[in-house]
Design a protein around this ligand. Structure first.
Ligand code: FMN
Length: 401
């Protein structure tokens, strides 16, 4: 398996072979014309590094510490709901890979697995995402569960008040419950490996909340949502959590300096720069493009996490070089899971870690703590025109330790 799964893109291709089109489109897709989705990648692709040579590279250290944790890699797993549909190993497979990589994983309130079981599988290396529901007591109960587990950081879902319009999902009738057109029913039948996992694997329930003290079935999720969804959450709700929560708070969905300031003023310890992987609001800049200004404005008062389009170890170098403390990713790990279950999630970490080492070496940097604007070809890392072809031959892992 491993020689073929040599990159996140190779994991994505393998995932596409295993998954029916309606599921791979759910995973890949973004809002409207998917301009934000593309902007995330283009922002990374437009950055150019400065190569340094003849430095002692006998020790390269990719570990770091952030959010009060020692990490084996400066890359964590972003919250993702509904991963159970990708592979029966589900979030728990990713969680076990997280424990082995000494990373962190944000549990999503929309996950099919509960916070408790994900926390156990990850050996405690879990942050809890919380959503604001109409009845704030439901949110408070979720926070109480995080507190009982000793979770160190809450990640506030800041960008979920409105459902977005994802046209790939509309075409496939991907809702709760799904209403696929007949061609998708045939396509599912052509993916027996995935179907076997679906039929015999983990039951498709919603992990976080309960009805009559039992797990919520997926087909009941829409009803639960319409009773509990709210559009009235504000920064005051974040400040209210701050008053009762002693651990760290990160706010996810920050894309501008104004909101980063709001987050810090409301008591956030970390700013999670994210446009939801292009899944919510179209025509936005790439996250790594907005990162330097946000890091300049609040980087001395809060830690900075950035996700969106991280597919290469060199993207982690770019994110940290532009001022983030941590990079994060959703699809990179979801592709691993969908391609090969838990082993695929391990593979995603291994690929990113190997590529990170190589990129650090060529940037002449021995440790991620040394990263800064000096790693970019122009010293500050502004975008260059997109599309300059890469001359580098594919020599991945040739220097990997
Ligand atoms: C299948 C899937 C489910 C997601 N579910 C959530 C979620 O429950 N909460 C959330 O804040 N973001 C969610 N996201 C967005 C991710 O947390 C993250 O911001 C995004 O995936 C980053 O972009 P990337 O996939 O290019 O790494 C989801 C993304 C995907 C792909």
């Amino acid at each position: 398996m491993t020689e073929k799964l040599y990159s996140i893109e190779a994991l994505r291709r393998r995932a596409h072979r295993r998954l029916p089109k309606m599921v791979s489109d759910f995973l890949d897709g973004g809002a409207l014309d998917e301009r934000t989705l593309r902007a995330n990648r283009e922002a990374f692709e437009s950055l150019r590094f400065k190569q340094r040579i003849l430095r002692d590279l006998s020790e390269i250290n990719v570990s770091t510490s952030a959010l009060g944790e020692d990490l084996g890699i400066p890359m964590i797993v972003s919250p993702m709901g509904l991963l159970t549909i990708l592979h029966p190993d589900s979030d728990l497979g990713i969680a076990r890979a997280v424990a082995r990589a000494r990373s962190l994983m944000v549990h999503s309130p929309w996950s099919g697995c509960s916070l408790e079981e994900t926390h156990d599988a990850a050996g405690g290396r879990v942050l809890a995402q919380i959503a604001f529901w109409r009845d704030r007591k439901v949110t408070e109960e979720h926070i109480a569960r995080a507190r009982n587990l000793g979770v160190s950081t809450l990640v506030v879902a800041g960008d979920v008040a409105f459902s977005s319009k994802r046209e790939r999902d509309i075409v496939h009738g991907t809702g709760m419950p799904p209403k696929p057109p007949i061609r998708d029913v045939f396509d599912v039948a052509l993916h027996p490996g995935w179907m076997a996992g679906w039929l015999t694997g983990r039951p498709m329930t919603w992990g976080s909340y309960r009805i009559d003290d039992r797990r919520i079935r997926m087909r009941e999720m829409d009803g639960w949502m319409s009773r509990h969804n709210t559009k009235d959450a504000t920064w005051e709700d974040v400040a209210a959590i701050r008053r009762s929560w002693d651990g760290r708070i990160a706010v996810k969905g920050v894309m501008c300096v104004e909101d980063a300031e709001e987050a810090v003023n409301a008591g956030a310890d970390a700013i999670f720069i994210s446009n939801h992987g292009g899944r919510q609001f179209d025509n936005q800049p790439g996250t790594v493009d907005v990162l330097p200004r946000i890091a300049d404005a609040v980087g001395d008062r809060a830690e900075i996490i950035v996700d969106g389009g991280v597919r290469r170890g060199s993207d982690i170098v770019a994110a940290l070089g532009r001022g983030a403390n941590l990079a994060a990713g959703g699809r990179a790990f979801a592709y691993g899971l969908a391609a090969a279950g838990e082993a695929g999630a391990d593979r995603a970490f291994a690929v990113l870690s190997d590529e990170l080492r190589i990129a650090l070496a060529y940037a002449g940097v021995r440790s991620v703590s040394e990263l800064g604007p000096h790693v970019f070809a122009d010293g500050a890392g502004p975008a260059l025109p997109v599309g300059t072809p890469s001359e580098a031959p594919p020599q991945l892992f040739s220097h990997a330790r």
